[in-house]
Design a protein around this ligand. Structure first.
Ligand SMILES: NC(=O)c1ccc[n+]([C@@H]2O[C@H](COP(=O)([O-])OP(=O)(O)OC[C@H]3O[C@@H](n4cnc5c(N)ncnc54)[C@H](O)[C@@H]3O)[C@@H](O)[C@H]2O)c1
Length: 434
């Protein structure tokens, strides 16, 4: 099939590379000319395991092309995917300016009636708006299908090639059949392609993210209670996770969720309801609890220093919003670091892949280590913000020896409290009795 992907970020690039890998002719379009230039040279602008090989292979075999030209990208397109960003506005509403610009450009350059697939996460009912935007610039009609993306950064390729399910929202049987054909190679082990109406498909994406975020916020609230009553959230998590009705995923207490999806999607779902005169109380509470969790972690550190952080030096291990990505969007580490700086502390941080991204926000307001041990040198405390594999078994005697005072704040509950204590740390986790 002739596939065009508009927007070559985390989602668009992965989707384009995977569709090319199953034999389709794919053109990926982005308005960011420097990104496209790098991609033409097979340089991957993001950190995503396995992506580089897939992109190079697609290019080498002539099935994957990159361009900034809508005319070129739409020349032979049968299916056009929209994968531009939909970041949250301060009101919680998603910013649709990129989606509008992309839709209008598609309309302007359209050469035939096509299927346009919304892969961006969009407010409920957007398919209608996208159709209007495109058709306002074109004499051709389009069928707008919703096909939300569920990949996780860090395991995006695997998630895309072997999805739990594919959701396709359309009222048109022919559009569904074409989409099902495109996705057939990814569901050969029997995982379902779910056909539903467009509104339900759009809402399924928000429902999944809000539900997973709710599980995290629920555990974070219980963790705070644990600290008052003396319970251990890790024991409670295990007690819950072994209950088959509950399952084991997304039950980890920590310093709060972040990333480009959960925070904005939770707020967007609440905003969709608000606009229709409804309140999604649980969803709104999930967001509030998450914001409180980041403050809670900072207050824990501040309290340790009797709220006198001025002049203290704090080491931060991990910056990305989660391991195996360089994505810093709404990373909890940023919230912590901003609070520390505001309180007058100095910060030294290290992350294996996201320091260049972090510098775009933090610049030279903090210093950056070359490895994990650098963040321990002469510091008053260390805070773990991202649980990278390489931090799991550090040389603790060496690490502790370099610190000025051995306070360790584990924002991800990664370490055994007793072991950390036996190494001589004053160890603080989230909702854990030490
Ligand atoms: N990142 C994820 O893990 C993830 C997972 C599932 C769904 N989503 C959703 O997918 C969408 C894309 O997310 P992302 O993380 O890939 O975003 P991103 O910011 O990484 O990429 C978006 C790309 O779109 C390009 N762009 C902007 N305006 C354009 C235009 N008019 N024409 C062509 N290109 C344009 C940008 O230059 C950028 O490269 C969002 O709606 C997001 O919520 C993201």
């Amino acid at each position: 099939m002739q596939v065009t992907v508009v927007g070559t970020g985390y989602v668009g690039l992965v989707a384009g590379a995977c569709f090319a890998d199953t034999g389709n002719d794919v053109v990926c379009l982005d308005t960011d000319a420097s990104k496209v230039e790098r991609l033409k040279r097979s340089e991957i602008p993001i950190y995503e395991p396995g992506l580089s090989d897939l992109v190079s292979r697609g290019q080498r075999e002539g099935r994957l092309k990159f361009t900034t030209s809508y005319a070129e990208a739409l020349d032979r397109a049968e299916i056009i995917f929209l994968a531009v960003g939909t970041p949250g506005l301060p009101s919680g509403e998603p910013n649709l300016e990129y989606l509008k610009a992309a839709s209008e450009s598609i309309g302007t350059h359209l050469k035939r009636s096509v299927i346009v697939v919304n892969k961006s996460t969009v407010p409920i009912g957007s398919y209608q708006v996208v159709k209007e935007w495109i058709e306002s610039k074109s004499k051709y009609s389009v069928e707008v299908v919703s096909n939300p993306e569920f990949l996780k950064e860090g395991s995006a390729i695997d998630d895309f090639l072997r999805p739990d399910r594919v959701v396709i929202g359309t009222d048109k049987v022919e559009a569904f059949e074409k989409m099902a054909e495109l996705y057939a190679p990814f569901v050969r082990q029997g995982n379902p392609i779910l056909h539903m109406d467009v509104v339900s498909a759009e809402m399924t994406k928000y429902a999944c993210n809000a539900f997973l975020a709710t599980r995290i916020s629920f555990m974070n609230e219980l963790a705070r209670l644990c600290e008052s009553v003396g319970g251990d959230i890790e024991s409670i998590r295990r007690g819950m996770a072994t209950d088959q009705r509950i399952g084991k995923h997304f039950l980890y207490a920590g310093l709060g969720y972040g990333g480009s999806c959960f925070p904005k999607d939770v707020r967007a779902l609440a905003d969709s309801a608000k606009k229709r005169g409804l309140a999604l109380e649980i969803v709104e509470a999930t967001d509030r609890a998450n914001q409180e969790q980041a403050r809670f972690f900072f207050k824990k550190i501040s309290r340790h220093f009797k709220d006198e952080l001025k002049g203290k030096k704090i080491g931060v291990l991990g910056l990305a919003f989660k391991p195996n990505t360089d994505d810093m969007r709404e990373a909890p580490a940023l919230v912590l670091i901003e609070s520390l700086l505001e309180a007058g502390a100095q910060v030294i941080a290290f992350d294996p892949v996201s320091m260049n991204e972090a510098k775009k926000t933090l610049g030279d307001r903090i210093t950056y280590g070359k490895n994990a041990y650098d963040v321990s040198a002469g510091v008053d405390a260390v805070a773990l913000c991202t649980e990278w594999n390489e931090f799991r078994q550090l040389d603790w005697p060496r690490f502790k020896q370099a610190m000025k005072s051995p306070a360790f704040f584990d924002g991800r509950n990664q370490y055994d409290p007793l072991k950390m204590k036996s190494h001589g740390f004053e160890y603080f986790a989230i909702g854990r009795s030490v």
